[in-house]
Write a protein that binds this ligand. Structure first.
Ligand code: GDP
Length: 177
């Protein structure tokens, strides 16, 4: 079995813990307590190599977004194979925060194969009310393309796009392993 380390980064309350919770436990809790320091979880995905099923295990570090924990982040991303950088599509400054994390990763992580996935969360909030959206999908997608990042918009609440993130990262890491 292949194992990869994955770290979540992003502003507090963008939904990092909810994304992990959806992926690992397939559940969503509206009133989760916020993460202190960092939390560790693991989960597998199955990818196909020709006709063969390959199990890929993720060791996931969910970091706390609060400013006072920022200095701890390098400890988690330094040895990571992949980073999920999360923003909330209803909070403009959360994209800026995500971009600063991307910048930091590119400057501080030596691994050229580090997979960075930019995730716009809470897409469910715009389904009934498109006015809630403040981050344009095209703007974020263009930024991702220009910086060599994977990108998608998802919802931890409904589960939309969550499994696919980890599937895609697993496939990418499997190819460069
Ligand atoms: P974190 O601080 O980045 O780990 O964020 P949390 O996972 O603790 O989520 C912060 C808040 O956003 C919580 O109240 C969640 O219930 C809510 N939330 C997280 N993901 C979603 C989502 O996809 N849609 C909606 N509507 N709310 C979400």
């Amino acid at each position: 079995m292949l194992q990869f380390k994955l770290v979540l980064l992003g502003d507090s309350s963008v939904g990092k813990s909810s994304i992990v919770n959806r992926f690992v436990k397939d559940s969503f809790d509206e009133f989760r307590e916020s993460t202190i320091g960092a939390a560790f979880l693991s989960q597998t995905v199955t990818i196909k190599d020709d006709d063969q099923d390959v199990t890929v295990k993720f060791e996931i570090w969910d970091t706390a977004g609060q400013e006072r924990y920022k200095s701890l982040a390098p400890m988690y991303y330094r040895n990571s194979n992949a980073a999920l950088v999360v923003y909330d599509i209803t909070q403009a400054d959360s994209l800026e925060k995500a971009q600063s994390w991307v910048h930091e990763l590119k400057n501080k992580v030596d691994d050229n194969n580090l997979v960075i996935y930019l995730v716009g969360n809470k897409v469910d909030l715009t389904k009934d009310d498109e006015e809630k959206r403040v981050v344009d999908r095209d703007v974020a997608e263009k930024y991702a393309q220009e910086n060599g990042l994977l990108f998608n918009e998802v919802s931890a609440k409904t589960g939309e796009g969550i499994q696919q993130i980890f599937q895609t990262i697993g496939e990418n890491l499997y190819e460069v392993r």
